[in-house]
Write a protein of this length. Sequence first.
Length: 447
Amino acid sequence: MKLTYGVNDKPAFPQLIVYAFQQVLAIMAATITVPMVVGNGMSTAAALFGAGLGTLTYVLFTKKKSPVFLGSSFAFIGSMTAAFAGAVSLQAGYAGLIIGAIFAGLVYVVLAIAVKASGTGWIDRLMPAVVIGPTVSIIGLSLAGSAISNLQVSSATGAQTNIAILCGIIALFATMLASTYGNSHIRMIPFIIGILCGYAVALIFTLIGNSTGNADLQIISFQSFQALSEGGITLKTFLQVPDFTFLTAAQGFSQIDAEYLGVLFMAYVPVAFVVFAEHIADHKNISSIIDADLLKDPGLDHTLLGDGIGSMVGAFFGGCPNTTYGESIACVAITRNASTATIIAAAVECIILSFFSPIVAFISSIPSCVMGGVCMALYGFIAVSGLKMIQNVDLEEGRNLFVVSVILIAGIGGLSLNFSHVTLTAVATALILGIVVNKMLGAPKKN
């Protein structure tokens, strides 16, 4: 892919701020969703802060060569829920979030040491293009249901409405038109354009719906602003320190016993091995976009350390282990902006924004249907990136067809496996199945 900004390029400061904010918008919804799903009073602002600091950690370990943002990992939602369920108090549960993330991060550290000792040649043999390509596609396709579900739902009422779909489609069309027909500046910020257009239309419908009492037209939920203004306008309304996880956890570490540590170990460690497979797929994907093999330079050991240590840092402040985000990779692909400086700026913006309550409230108020429309493009690009990886694979060869077919059907069909507290995601299951089939069928026969 021809890049407008390469990994080492740095856009001018005004453009850098805007491009970085686009990355923030791309990862925002998923990053704050994880603490909302887990509940127990977890702070979305703290998760945003943790994602920003975790990303800076990742960039440091990868020597500024991998332009990817780290956000809250959905794979660990079950682990985080188990941390609270097995704790004797809420404070102990928060302490469990940090300890669990340390367990998961240490898995990455151990894997990084193993990779450093053995090299990465085994990865290319174990996961050639015929395996990794469709797996990357599955990462995008597995998110399709989420995008469409969000597209159809009004954030104000929770009901499925055609107006919500219309707002989301307008956001999608605006994104595509900006990316395709905009000038050189507009093409760099298609997601900002799309989200603002979708939000504007949703706001018009919502104001009309509120004034007429027509619930079908109400799309935007203003609860985040209402919660902000409760108790009157004060300094806290505009500037607020996030409820960092370690502050609550400090009161719970003394309540941790050996049995609870065992629960955390079983809840987090196996999931870390599952996410390892997705880690490789994500880095294969971004490598194909920037035309540089990140598994060799800076090396898989460095990306693993960045991801693992970044998860620990993110959980210490926000409670959520972090992972490389497909949304961020897709944003790089669509905008052709692979500047690591943009990722660094996005991380800094996340840290700063987490203290400004009105901005967090505004971003939280972006309707799910608008984000669903934009994510149709984001997730679609992930899927297409994977398909591009297999464009040189001989699909006339039967064995290759079997490998690709098995991965696609297992992933799209949602084949997952459950082992107690551990869920082997559809992506991980499809990848493992593809590896097994590829090895079972062996190399193509020579004529």
